[in-house]
Design a protein around this ligand. Sequence first.
Ligand code: HEC
Ligand code: HEC
Length: 358
Amino acid sequence: MVYKRLLGLGLCLTLITAVILQSCKNDPIVVPASSCGTPYEVVLPPFTPPMPIPEDNPLTVEGIELGRHLFYEKMLSGNNTLACAGCHLQQKAFADVNTFSVGIDGFEGTRTAMPIANLAYSGKLFWDGKANSLEELVLFPIQSEVEMHESVFRAVKKLTNTDKYPGMFYQAFCDSTITVENMSKAMAQFMRTIISSNPRMLPTGREFRNEIQERGYNVFVDEEKGDCQHCHTITTFSTNFEFKNNGLDEEPRPGLMGQTGNPNDLGKFKTPSILNLRYTAPYMHDGRFNTIREVIDFYDTGFHWSPTLSEDLKKHTKDGKPVPRRWTEEDKRDLEIFLLTLTDDSLLVNPAWSDPND
Ligand code: HEC
Ligand code: HEC
């Protein structure tokens, strides 16, 4: 009996598969995404490497504009009150004003919102690297219980029921049926275009505004003093986007290890850009420092040794304790001023990234 039923089921499945295969064969040819929309040429700051762009999500004028509308769209949250931009504020370099961003249910997360800029050049995303691409990332905050707390399918349904979005999706992807995939692609396109750079961080374009700034720069790169440049690099973006343990805790939190399961990744977090620090306080993934001075004192004698501590910091330790650096009080003040000048105000006012509903 059972055998017969299974046989019947098997036959049935074979038939269904055949029908599906047949219907696929007869489907009209799908227009590849790349032939939709107007190709968009990014304007990059000088000395910036070409932007890596995934082949299946080329930048288009229409895709970016759609992504911008979605980034500012409160409908993507469970109770229609919170957009991505509610925690990533342009006037704060796309970081948050709160230490821990507050989601729609009034819950606070446990990590500070990260500024959004130059992410086209970043590998893994989030403090602990839990997303591999911008396309993948978009789905996390929408679904997160402490953030927007909405099912992506309900979000898509809400967008479908508007007058505005089906047409915009059609223009961007030659398809007015809104899908989770195209929604993520559009937002990823928009975020890729957000570029922030500081010419003073370039090896060739360096000009100092004044003597203090120049002195601060010299403290930053001095191997016996700041020695910061190994991670917060002297490049346009002032980070190498790598995951490192910078010694925040004696017993490190999992960080990247939570994703990879590799004990060598214990306590490793994403190295943030130090552009726009003026706007992105509080600092570190848990927002533990409110001022740049606290950060500098931390790197002086406040960090902790642990087996996975970065070699660049281990060399400033002895017998498992930080060795005070050879910097004077004045050096530290100069460094602080230098860090504060790594600011790109154009990021905060560029109309291309502002709320399209304003
Ligand atoms: C409730 C506040 C909140 C909302 C709403 C929110 N985010 Fe975030 N965002 C955060 C926090 C907090 C982090 C860091 C989380 C972590 O690493 O665990 C983050 C991290 C990110 C990052 C990682 C940046 C990097 O350098 O790796 C990106 C990109 C991002 N968010 C984009 C978005 C997008 C797109 C949306 C809307 C779909 C969104 N966020 C909605 C708070 C928020
Ligand atoms: C071994 C690599 C490494 C070195 C060297 C290093 N940092 Fe960092 N820095 C990091 C990492 C990783 C983080 C994020 C840690 C976290 O939040 O878990 C960070 C965070 C920061 C932040 C907070 C930024 C934000 O938006 O939250 C500042 C500011 C900073 N570092 C400045 C400096 C200065 C100044 C120096 C030199 C005295 C320095 N760093 C040396 C890796 C490094």
